[in-house]
Ligand binder design. Structure first.
Ligand SMILES: NC(=O)c1ccc[n+]([C@@H]2O[C@H](COP(=O)([O-])OP(=O)(O)OC[C@H]3O[C@@H](n4cnc5c(N)ncnc54)[C@H](OP(=O)(O)O)[C@@H]3O)[C@@H](O)[C@H]2O)c1
Length: 270
């Protein structure tokens, strides 16, 4: 793994109060980078900051913010101004599964805003600075579902496909400015987000869920090496099969069948 301190002294982790983001924060602190912990649940962030201070002697900054609020990224910028931010992890995310027209439009628009527009805003805000000074790294958290259209998670998968495309393109654009960009596409991972997912019971899908610490570790190890990483052998095999063995129409049908059997909302088979 590259010495992450060479990017800068601080790392912004959006969505640091649980799951994959919390693991990014832990591992960044262990690597000597001070995390800026961003999420809504201030108590969680403060408890994590205290723990990281005890374990690694880092003085994390807690930024309790609803990233769906207008001007949230401006507020975050204001709170970190003057800090040497080297890494930004655009990880905060939500999702809603179920038949598309059964979901509220406002919920789907929140997915678009938090999982799609927020990475764009963070990339633009911090990317300008990174490119200008020729130093920095951006990690975008997509999903294994970015690889195919996914019925019953239609909007979420489409937004994650956008994130994957955005990050891979920025990886190329910013390489000549010495700025690293990595997209990480986790498969099913044991987090609160997965356990509390609305409209779907991932337990019904079988298969082992990945440890969020492994997801974060894989991403941090590949930062500066690759444009895109998929943690886990099985997730990589599924991705390869989707890309090279199945026509897209078959992949859509397969995902449709798999996801439909795990739906839990009204009007679904469950
Ligand atoms: N778990 C999986 O199987 C899986 C698979 C593929 C991709 N992913 C992606 O991985 C990322 C992390 O997900 P996770 O599974 O770790 O979920 P998680 O445990 O629910 O964590 C989500 C994080 O986002 C924050 N967040 C949510 N809404 C927010 C808002 N409005 N403002 C600020 N922060 C907000 C949450 O904090 P607060 O609630 O405190 O605000 C939390 O820290 C997401 O982008 C997700 O799409 C997850």
């Amino acid at each position: 793994m590259k010495d992450l301190r060479t990017y800068g002294a601080y790392a912004v982790v959006a969505g640091a109060s649980s799951g994959i983001g919390e693991q990014f924060a832990r591992q960044l602190a262990a690597a000597g980078v001070t995390p800026v912990l961003v999420a809504r649940r201030k108590d969680r962030l403060e408890a994590l900051a205290a723990e990281l201070s005890g374990a690694y002697g880092v003085d994390s900054l807690v930024v309790a913010l609803d990233l769906l609020e207008d001007g949230a990224v401006d507020e975050l910028s204001r709170q970190v101004s003057g800090l040497d931010i080297g890494i930004v992890v655009a990880n905060a995310g939500i999702f809603h599964a179920g038949p598309f027209v059964g979901n509220e439009l406002s919920d789907e628009l929140d997915v678009l805003a938090l999982d799609g527009a927020l990475p764009l805003r963070l990339a633009h805000r911090f990317g300008r600075e990174f490119v200008g000074r020729r130093r920095g790294a951006l990690i975008l958290v997509a999903s294994s579902l970015a690889a195919s259209p996914v019925p019953f998670q239609a909007n979420y998968a489409a937004v994650k496909a956008y994130v994957l495309s955005l990050g891979q393109a920025l990886n190329h654009e910013w390489k000549k400015h010495d700025v690293d960009v990595l997209v990480v596409s986790p498969g099913p991972t044991r987090t609160e987000g997965l356990d509390n997912a609305v409209g779907i019971d991932f337990g019904k899908l079988g298969g082992r869920k990945m440890d969020p610490a492994v997801v974060a570790r894989t991403a941090l190890r590949q930062l500066g090496r690759k444009a895109h990483v998929i943690p886990g052998l099985m997730n990589n095999l599924a991705d390869l099969a989707g890309k090279y063995l199945l026509p897209r129409s078959a992949s859509v049908r397969l995902y449709g069948r798999i996801i439909e059997q795990a739906l839990t909302g009204p009007g679904t088979a469950a």
